[in-house]
Design a binder for this molecule. Structure first.
Ligand SMILES: [Mn+2]
Length: 309
């Protein structure tokens, strides 16, 4: 049973347009595709998004982000408590804090996170060079200090409080996959299992996906959230994103990865289960004929068990 939740928010990055992502993904046939795999799917529509963004000396677009995250968190928490799987459509990756923090609360901190992304997204206000909150969701989820003072620090702490500081994300149960653009200050923070494009080039999809499985088993978690940023895909294949970096996953690599994760989840005795998914950073303004949203829908179908035969 799946609930689709749209989060059309894009004020924390440098390029606007991913607010159109949820509509593009729906038009690419997400609900129909999941229903064809025999899931019962409810589309909860889009959360309310405030675009009112008062000038401030603090974190950029902090107020609209906070209201958005609060709504998304509530919606995801309701879905999780009903025993359903939230599939959150972004919008920018900052929003992952909504669903993941809801899952951390619902499962009392027992949560692994698979972060599929070209970027590590673990800057904090004190280490970011861009000031964009969309590069900081993992630092917020892990409850890291801002490293700043004054209004920025106050707002960061307000965000952490909203996310429920009692259950921060365990970075030891966090796996990054597809990394190729990591800031110097982020490197020291990749304490979990960080699988780069270099690793994927050398060892291939099958071996690196087994590595994900081993990391999750070692961490002892029983629930898994998957956060999929379309910028992990090669921009030739998925140009519809504001944060493209060349050298990403090919079409076949991405699908094989999704199929193997499904296999791992489906295997007898798998200690963890999938409890939620983000599908973020689709930006139709940079796309051609909605191919990035279509690719995202096809990927999610593979993750949920679609096979060729
Ligand atoms: Mn990201």
């Amino acid at each position: 049973m799946i609930d689709v939740i749209g989060a059309p928010f894009d004020l924390c990055g440098k390029r606007l347009g991913s607010r159109l992502g949820p509509a593009a993904i729906r038009l690419a046939g997400l609900v129909e595709e999941l229903e064809s795999l025999n899931f019962s799917v409810a589309d909860k529509g889009d959360i309310r998004v405030s675009t009112e963004d008062p000038e401030s000396a603090g974190l950029r677009s902090f107020r609209p982000l906070l209201s958005c995250v609060t709504e998304l968190r509530l919606s995801a928490l309701e879905t999780l408590k009903n025993g359903r799987i939230p599939v959150v459509l972004g919008g920018e990756h900052t929003l992952a804090v909504g669903g993941v923090s809801a899952a951390l609360e619902c499962f009392e901190g027992d949560l692994g996170l698979l972060w599929i992304d070209a970027h590590a997204d673990i800057n904090s206000p004190g280490t970011t060079s861009s000031g964009n909150l969309h590069g900081m969701p993992l630092a917020a989820l892990a409850g890291m200090p801002s490293g700043e003072s004054g209004q920025v620090d106050e707002e960061w702490n307000e965000l952490l409080t909203t996310l429920g500081q009692a259950r921060p994300l365990d970075l030891g149960a966090t796996v990054w996959y597809g990394l190729r653009d990591v800031d110097p200050a982020e490197r020291a923070r990749l304490t979990g299992c960080a699988i780069t494009m270099h690793d994927i080039d050398r060892r291939g999809i099958e071996t690196t996906v087994s590595q994900i499985d081993e990391c999750l088993r070692q961490s002892g978690v029983r629930q898994l959230w998957i956060s999929f940023d379309v910028d992990v895909l090669d921009p030739m294949l998925a140009p519809g994103t504001g944060t493209g970096v060349r050298g990403g996953l090919t079409y076949r690599e991405a699908h094989l990865m999704a199929e193997l994760i499904h296999e791992a989840l489906d295997a007898r005795g798998c200690p963890y289960r999938l409890v939620g998914v983000d599908l973020v950073e689709t930006n139709p303004l940079f796309d051609t004929q909605n191919q990035t949203a279509k690719m995202a829908v096809e990927w999610i179908a593979s993750l949920f068990g679609k096979t060729i035969l």
